[in-house]
Design a protein around this ligand. Sequence first.
Ligand code: KMH
Ligand code: ZN
Length: 313
Amino acid sequence: MTAVSDKPVFCSCALTGGMSVPGQNPAIPMTPAEIVDSGVAAHAAGAAILHIHVREPETGRPVSDLGLFREVLAGLGERCDAILQPTTGGGVGMTIDERGRVVSECRPEMATFNCGSFNFGIFKVRHRPEMAGWETEYLESTRDYVFRNTFADMHRLAELFREAGTKPEYEVYDVGHLYNLHHLAEEGLVDPPFHVQFVLGVLGAGAATIEQLVHMRRTAVSLFGEDAFTWSAAGVGYPGEFHLAATALMLGGHVRVGLEDNLRVSEDRRASSNAELVEKAFALAALLDREPAPAGEAREILGLAGPRVARPG
Ligand code: KMH
Ligand code: ZN
């Protein structure tokens, strides 16, 4: 068995997200240019994967506009070698075909694949005077928001990923989502090896605790077998982001950090950039004897052939 310290670790950086509002932290990148700059800096700090949402440039409202996705993917592709991973999370009221268009039309190397429906509440976020009216309304509206990923949605999305040849990153927020993924595998709709992201700490799903992460990883091992999946952990909130990163590092997993998930770098300081969160993740990795895997090595670990859009050099 390979010792944990012999396994290189890659880091994903979730640059902006779709479930936060601009007033929460001025460092959250909003326009395509800001998202690209932030991604390039996070990649320079060591992030191998950049997880991408887009926002309405004028307001920062989360949207899922194909033109904005194209702009961000092209901008990042020109300036860095990171694995680009757009979300298929979409926006409120969008059909699965609309959400999956970024996969069918842009054919990225990777994209997220959400493995079940659940409540996704961000209404407990503290309201700040600098928030616009729509931001307060947006936060409040999540009291009545279900993040929809039905079996019909997942079956359709699996087809779209296959047609595009895009590698899914399976987002699991609760243990039941692993059973959903197992069902998709039994139906022959998805193929191992899976890359699973354990996203913990959302109000409406599993908590960002060591016990939850260990339980979910064990469940994945029992369902799929240790060699049939690679995995990473994303803790939502502070200190959950770094507690899960440390646990994943100790267990041989990979890590995700970024302003989508957490806005603080320490108890008393807001993060000033995505790069700062990536630097902290790699400081933890160094303390725990895990060597960073750059994008090329992450591609080998994930079985990716390489970017399918022309890159410079
Ligand atoms: N839109 C959120 C409810 C992902 O990036 O794949 C979650 C989401 C996850 O979009
Ligand atoms: Zn996301």
